[in-house]
Design a protein around this ligand. Structure first.
Ligand code: IMP
Ligand code: MG
Length: 177
């Protein structure tokens, strides 16, 4: 059995609130939203539509990043830009958008990579943050909600590529693994 943590309606409100907070913090109005594939997809789509209310100068790009196999982090982060020209982030204000913050290893590696590639500033935004996750590695600049330390799926989050299509977020049941 599995437990729904955030319904589609609740997610809509969480994302709208995040967009409001982000829009208020980028006074020069220029922002490159950089989604981490594949989990960012529904979140980034909804976040960008919410941000369109605030007249920002928005661009969207993606990095292909992975560290998880099944329900465990393999501890090694691989980063592949989707845009072939790696200068795409040079002198840009970048907001990295990811689905969930667990150990923080993914964001730490991605943020260091972006600074090395010459981004003007790098901030991070995650939809979910697991409770009990340590602040030692880094703290995301924005997060939508704090959830229990469990493996969750839906709204982009997968278990071995399954469940990404769900419009809500639920805890993966033992019988679903
Ligand atoms: P971190 O590097 O440990 O912070 O893990 C972040 C990445 O691991 C996320 O981008 C997700 O792709 C994946 N991840 C972590 N926790 C979960 C989960 O509960 N469900 C699905 N994916 C997860
Ligand atoms: Mg991910």
């Amino acid at each position: 059995m599995s437990e729904v943590l955030y319904s589609a309606n609740e997610l809509e409100k969480v994302v709208a609130d995040l967009a409001k907070a982000i829009a208020a913090d980028f006074p020069d109005r220029q922002l490159l939203l950089l989604g981490l594939l594949k989990g960012c997809q529904p979140f980034l789509a909804d976040l960008s539509r919410q941000l369109s209310r605030y007249q920002l100068d928005l661009a969207i790009d993606y990095l292909q990043v992975s560290s998880y196999i099944g329900t465990a982090s393999c501890g090694r982060v691989t980063i592949k830009p989707v845009t072939v020209d790696e200068s795409f982030c040079r002198q840009r204000h970048v907001l990295v958008v990811d689905d969930i913050f667990d150990t923080g290893l993914t964001l730490k590696e991605v943020m260091a990579w972006l600074k090395e590639k010459g981004a003007a500033s790098v901030k991070s935004c995650v939809l979910l943050r697991k409770s009990g996750c340590s602040d030692e590695v880094l703290t995301p600049d924005y997060w939508g909600a704090i959830i229990p330390d469990a493996f969750v799926v839906g709204y982009g989050l997968d278990y071995n590529e399954q469940y990404r299509e769900l419009p809500y977020i639920k805890i993966l049941g033992a019988d679903e693994q």
